[in-house]
Design a protein around this ligand. Sequence first.
Ligand code: DHE
Length: 583
Amino acid sequence: MSLSIAKLSTGALVAVALSFGSIAGHAADAPSKADLKKHESSPGGKYQPRMDVLRDEKVEQPGSTPGMPTLSAADYQKANQIYFERCAGCHGVLRKGATGKPLTTKVTRENGFEYLRDFITYGSPGGMPNWGDGGGLSKAQIDMMAAYLLMDPAQPPEFGMKEIMATWKVHVPVNKRPSKQMNKLDLDNLFSVTLRDTGQIALIDGATKEITQIIDTGYAVHISRISASGRYLFVIGRDAKVNLIDMYMDPPTSVAEIKVGSEARSVETSKMKGWEDTYAIAGAYWPPQFVIMNGDDLKPRKVVSTRGMTVGTQEYHPEPRVAAIVGSHYHPDFLVNVKETGKVMMVDYSSLKALKITTIDAARFLHDGGFDSTGRYFMAAANASNIISVIDTKRRKLVKNITVGTTPHPGRGANFNHPKYGPVWATSHLGDETIALIGTDPDGHPQYAWKLVQSLEGQGGGSLFVKTHPKSKNLYVDTPLNPEAEVSSSIAVFDLNDPSKEYEVLPIGEWSGITEGVRRVVQGEYNFAGDEVWFSVWNSASQESAIVIVDDKTRKLKHVIRDKRLVTPTGKFNFYNTRKDVY
Ligand code: DHE
């Protein structure tokens, strides 16, 4: 096919003379049907970031390049939407590569239209899913995407202080707020529950199990974090909107909001002694940056870009996303996981005017993570590198990169005292059935510290979260992204007196009483007392979902919360456990 076509539209493409001879050449490299199926259904494949918010932002269409196709304005926007929704998570917003390969014009133009079209259609054994052949895109859409990739990449807008300020709203100023708690809520045993698809959170009382309030937050709301004093609840949406909710008001009220970018996933608050509630921080996927704000009204104070060099090969990365952020208990530091460069930025917030950042080389593709039981060591999962990086927050140093199973995904992980190895921290994996236990006690058990001391075998891959509690003898492992319905709707529970003992399966989906939908069971969360563990039964927005509560001692069903306001509940954040890093 000659690419010297001035303008292609979805319809027009069909009329373009395509050279099927060369396609046949590529088709010989196409993976087998069995492989295609594998890519479609792999848990890792399902769990890639979607830039759903950026997708809807209008971007300027790049000018045409001689010899290269160009799309009509309408098709360009359509292609752009598909790219942000389905491709940018792996290949990067600017197409410079992330966990997926770069798709710069240098690469795409070298390969040409037909190659791209085949590649998109069939995928590759390297992990790219097949988008054709029932993989989600029509032939016309694939042609459009092949042409789109030959054009210069779209450049979504930056979001600097001016844009951030323009979104900042204080609904109730600090001096108009109460000085003590005016409601009767038990703030230690309250849960903030993500209602993903309605862009809301539900506050649920731990004792009565009643929804006390629904609060509007950002789009496809992601996580909640609680300030060190327990007064403020921070919630972040995928649209990078942060809501600050004052839990002293009656009823609790969103007193301020702000947008820190176009796409985001993480928010945290200052936890160091003497700095409680002083600052909040939110990290963005786009633009690649984090923003430090006042803890009581979200006034933005400092915007810091994360663009820079990768660990190892030290190549420039133009869009390293901010993943998990934790607040240090040893220094006035935020620890910011920068995904694509593989660096943990320890941001000393004691002086915002002379910001000191200790940049630690960890491993590429940092995602989630949490503290060990002492709160000193940050265990960060570099998921696509199969590594847990251990950072000593006291000495501001990397302790070790530990290789675990395929695609670790701990959430914040789980800490317990192992009968043989002493204190350990656990993570499960998206890509295999194992649960990795890492020794975390360099003083009491130096021979096991920072080693993968045991690998338990769970129900299967597709796990996202593990959970236990200092008072519990159980370790719960979810598998919401496992392709088997029976596995994704149940939980494996291990006995911590003897972790090598066969796990028990709790049929949480069945216990919910809901019979429709996939009933994905996700993210265990303990109550304040540590004697109940709550699981979400996550169905699509048009179906019923629930929260199932298990009695931790007996592992028996204790209660089911079914309420029509409980739409797509996913993350649950007990106020006490979240603020004190109990997990
Ligand atoms: Fe999450 C935490 C990113 C999909 C539920 N998720 C996180 C964190 C990041 C992240 C960076 C850590 C925040 C922190 O600690 O500061 N999540 C992403 C993605 O990029 C991804 C893969 C795709 C996307 O486009 O967002 C993604 N996450 C999901 C889901 O599909 C889940 C299961 C359901 C949902 O609500 O969207 C989900 N993520 C969660 C939860 C946490 C989380 C419940 C907090 C766990 C905790 O215990 O702290």
